[in-house]
Design a protein around this ligand. Structure first.
Ligand code: ZN
Length: 272
């Protein structure tokens, strides 16, 4: 499943290819996604020019002139590729053809993704966007923010970090990596975390996600520009997927447990 770093890598790969180009034609071959594609809304963007390619959480936002944005969420298996003109791929839901002759293609075999148009003035109130937490690499994310949001809450810090209403983009793999780097146990209750630990958690979150973005993400990234390479962050995981192997810091075997149904990796000695 694409996570925030993969979507950011996709965004970066699309900026140069899309900005300034004008939509000449759109073909919706299959409207079935998590919510059905509104063909008329997509048709409404024909003639519009791409002004910017942005990202909010795991939503890609392609800003068009005329005050509208095309929003794409990759769901579990969605792929958005900028490619030369050519026949449609299997499971290709939408094909946009631009004035330059290039195409933008969305395909999604499992159909959990989203493709829709929203007015820029209404996007912050849209149900997909209204309750999103802060961006982990944004200005509002720091120890003070985490402390404030944790006030009065119970539950383990891993679940708190993965709560998208608090901070976006910390998926299951990154949560284990962040807490290892911060030397905080994933099971530690948020009410017992003081300013110093929150500082380490904030720093580690930024560092892990920034590094993952630089490396192009953790999972297969062949939806990026059709290049078919693998995100290099996979090779840098310190604890995730390394159950039983020695901790890279102290040599104690890494422990794999299950929290809220998700695999969780930690060093019982380094993380408290
Ligand atoms: Zn250790």
């Amino acid at each position: 499943m694409p996570e925030l770093p993969e979507v950011e890598a996709l965004r970066e790969s699309l900026v140069d290819r899309l900005v300034g180009d004008r939509v000449r034609r759109v073909v919706v071959r299959d409207h079935r996604l998590r919510r059905p594609i509104d063909r008329r809304a997509l048709d409404g963007l024909v003639g519009a020019t791409v002004r910017a390619v942005e990202r909010r959480a795991k939503y890609l936002r392609i800003r068009m002139d005329g005050g509208r944005s095309l929003v794409v969420h990759l769901g579990m298996s969605g792929r958005l590729v900028s490619a030369p003109a050519g026949p449609p791929a299997l499971h290709e839901h939408v094909t946009w053809t631009f004035a330059s002759g290039r195409t933008l293609r969305y395909r999604d075999p499992r159909r959990f993704g989203l493709v829709y148009v929203v007015g820029d003035a209404a996007i912050d109130r849209h149900p997909d966007f209204a309750s999103l937490g802060v961006e982990p690499l944004g200005r509002d994310f720091d120890a003070a923010y985490l402390r404030e949001r944790a006030a009065g809450r119970r539950g383990p810090v891993k679940a708190f970090l993965m709560d998208q209403r608090v901070v976006v983009g910390v998926g299951n793999i990154y949560a284990s990596e962040v807490l290892f780097r911060a030397r905080v146990s994933p099971r530690r209750r948020v009410g017992t975390i003081g300013p110093e630990r929150w500082g380490r958690i904030a720093d580690a979150t930024r560092a892990v996600l920034a590094r993952a973005i630089d490396a192009g993400g953790t999972t297969i990234r062949d939806y990026v520009g059709g290049r078919g390479t693998t995100g290099r962050f996979q090779a840098e995981l310190a604890v995730y997927g390394r159950g039983g192997e020695p901790c890279v810091v102290c040599g104690t075997p890494v422990r794999r447990t299950v929290m809220a149904g998700r695999a969780t990796y930690a060093c019982g000695r380094c993380q408290r």
